[in-house]
Design a binder for this molecule. Structure first.
Ligand code: C5P
Length: 282
């Protein structure tokens, strides 16, 4: 049996540069991982099947699940004759902007690489994984990085300054294509990519907090009023910085001290069910 951890990600920045001919947006975003994890195990099967067991009944266990698609891709690419049983314990909220599904797919590729002794490098897996989704290549490495292209071109960065992260997901999920579809690129919006890079390179927590910025945040805030409320709530209750992750709707707040994080956690717990206190990992 092989075990893998699939960590959630948060966006420290997200900028959209232009819309491409293929319909995707050219992005530049700095992402890091947090200690909120799905857990996967992998076991060989005598038959050819991919069997995915998920502990949450509302999550599909067929080709709609990115982990299943990742297993299929690995089988086809590396001509694997045996089957695999994958057990997935879900802890990362779905449709949240935390790349939970992408991270499961990435962990599946890493897990099958080990289970079948394929000796593929992370670079190879990352390149292969882009067909599954734009966030999967980042999740293969699962460490702080600046991501370009449609998200699949990864440049690894040093660890972020250590921080407590309070994560809160409003009930109503958001659709990524809809958010990108509603984005008006002619509207000016400043994303502090360089400031964030400097904060990471100099391990400057204060500067990191001042650099949090996401071009999709105002778009998602229009569609889901809880996002702004949560963000304001976090800032008013002592978060050093707060931002929506990805295309949302999850909002996170950063705190230097555990007590400060607990205070923010208690403040937002009243208005949504999915609230977590975690540490940065990346
Ligand atoms: O690659 P992924 O399947 O995660 O993307 C979902 C959707 O999000 C795409 O179909 C596209 O509408 C939008 N998207 C985009 N630009 C990106 C990434 C995603 O427009 N860089």
């Amino acid at each position: 049996m092989i075990y893998e951890t699939a960590s959630a990600k948060i966006n420290l920045t997200l900028d959209t540069l232009f819309k491409r001919d293929d319909g995707y947006h050219e992005v530049e975003m700095i992402m890091t991982t947090i200690d909120l994890n799905d857990r996967l195990s992998f076991e060989k099967r005598e038959d050819q099947k991919i069997v995915l067991n998920v502990d949450e009944s509302f999550i599909p266990s067929d080709e709609r699940n990115l982990a299943y698609r990742a297993a299929l891709l690995m089988k086809e690419t590396y001509n694997i004759k045996e089957g695999v049983t994958i057990t997935l314990e879900k802890n990362i909220p779905v449709a949240a902007g935390l790349a939970g599904g992408s991270s499961d797919a990435a962990a599946t590729m890493r897990g099958m690489n080990r289970l079948f002794n394929l000796n593929a490098t992370l670079d190879e897996l990352s390149e292969l994984s882009a067909t599954i989704g734009s966030d999967v290549p980042f999740c293969i490495y699962s460490q702080t990085a600046i991501c370009r292209g449609r998200g699949e071109i990864i440049e690894l960065l040093p660890k972020t300054p250590a921080a407590w992260v309070v994560i809160a997901k409003p009930v109503l999920g958001l659709s990524t294509p809809e958010i990108y579809g509603n984005l008006d690129l002619s509207k000016p919006f400043e994303v502090h990519t360089d400031r964030c890079l400097k904060a990471i390179q100099t391990n400057d927590y204060e500067l990191l907090c001042q650099s949090l910025s996401n071009r999709l945040e105002p778009v998602s805030m229009e569609l889901n009023k809880d996002i702004k409320k949560l963000k304001d709530n976090m800032i008013n209750n002592g978060a050093d910085g707060a931002l929506m992750s990805g295309s949302g709707p999850t909002v996170y707040g950063l705190a230097h001290k555990e007590r400060q994080a607990r205070h923010i956690y208690n403040a937002v717990s009243g208005c949504c069910n999915d609230v977590y206190i975690v540490r940065t990992l990346g």
